[in-house]
Structure formats: structure tokens, C-alpha cells
Design a protein. Structure first.
Length: 161
């Protein structure tokens, strides 16, 4: 029975490349000369620290710009509010979301069900499996899901006959 999976994944190498480019830009920027600003990548989190709130805002713009240039969807990026200490030092965490949350998976399956396609959907952890007897029906589902704007970027993998 033909099937495919709907997933939301971000390529970790692209994130690493974007962070490395942001670090190079940080080293070359005149407004950051002599300041203790840094960008650190830890698994699915990018940690920023700078001397004050204005510099943390500039660091966030640098990182977001680099992520966008590396074709990483900003839907999968979640920025927290910057933490400013009483001495003025600021920190911020940018989280990279991997996988489809249950609420979004229910939105996707509900959208497919409302479209009256001849398919069955299953939520399997952080992905959605779609089955059908017809390959053409699966391709119309892919086109419909691509056209709809969901709160996470979606990719289609494991297309099987």
C-alpha cells in the first residue's frame, strides 16, 4: 500500500554552518570590537551573550539573517526573551524546533480529513503517516499540504509503493 511521512526537520549541518558564518561576522564587525559577545551552538539551541541589550539584539539579527540565508525556515526557530542581569550583561536562547508537535499534527490530519481525500492518516510520534491505495491520491495530498500554511515547515519523506 503506497504511503509517505510528513515531517518537520531542520538540517543540523545547515544550522552549524549558519552559526559559524555568524561567528565570523561577529569577529569582523566594528561595533563588537573589544566586547565580550559570543555565539554558542549546543544541540538544538543557539546561546547568545553580550555586554548589553542592544548588542544582544544585534547578535539576534546576525544569527537570524544567517539562518534565513542558509534556507532554514524561521518557523522552526523560537527566540526567547533576552535575560538582562542587573549589571547589564544580557543572554538569549534561540531554540530550533525539530519534529511536529501533537497539536500541529492534529491540524494536519484534520486538514487532510476535511479535504475528502481517499487516504488514511496516523500520527506516529513527531511525524504523520499518510496511506492510500492510489499513488495519485497521495500526490494530490502532498500538493494540498504544501499549499496550506502550517505553523511548522513540512517535508515529505519515505514515499513508498
Amino acid at each position: 500500500m503506497p504511503s509517505f511521512d510528513i515531517v518537520s526537520q531542520v538540517n543540523s549541518m545547515e544550522i552549524e554552518n549558519a552559526v559559524n558564518q555568524a561567528k565570523k561576522e561577529l569577529a569582523n564587525r566594528f561595533d563588537f570590537k573589544g566586547s565580550k559577545a559570543e555565539i554558542v551552538l549546543e544541540k538544538n539551541e543557539i546561546k547568545l551573550s553580550a555586554a548589553d541589550q542592544f548588542k544582544i539584539k544585534a547578535l539576534t539579527e546576525i544569527v537570524m539573517g544567517r539562518l534565513a540565508k542558509r534556507n532554514i525556515s524561521l518557523k522552526s526557530v523560537e527566540t526567547a526573551e533576552p535575560d538582562v542581569s542587573p549589571l547589564g550583561h544580557a543572554r538569549q536562547v534561540i531554540k530550533i524546533k525539530q519534529g511536529i508537535e501533537t497539536t500541529v499534527a492534529k491540524q494536519i490530519t484534520g486538514f487532510i480529513r476535511d479535504g475528502k481525500f481517499k487516504v488514511t492518516t496516523q500520527i506516529q510520534g513527531d511525524e504523520v503517516r499518510v496511506n492510500s491505495k492510489s499513488r495519485d491520491e497521495l500526490q494530490t495530498v502532498i500538493a494540498a499540504v504544501r499549499a496550506k500554511d502550517f505553523p511548522v515547515p513540512v517535508q515529505f519523506v519515505n514515499f513508498r509503493d
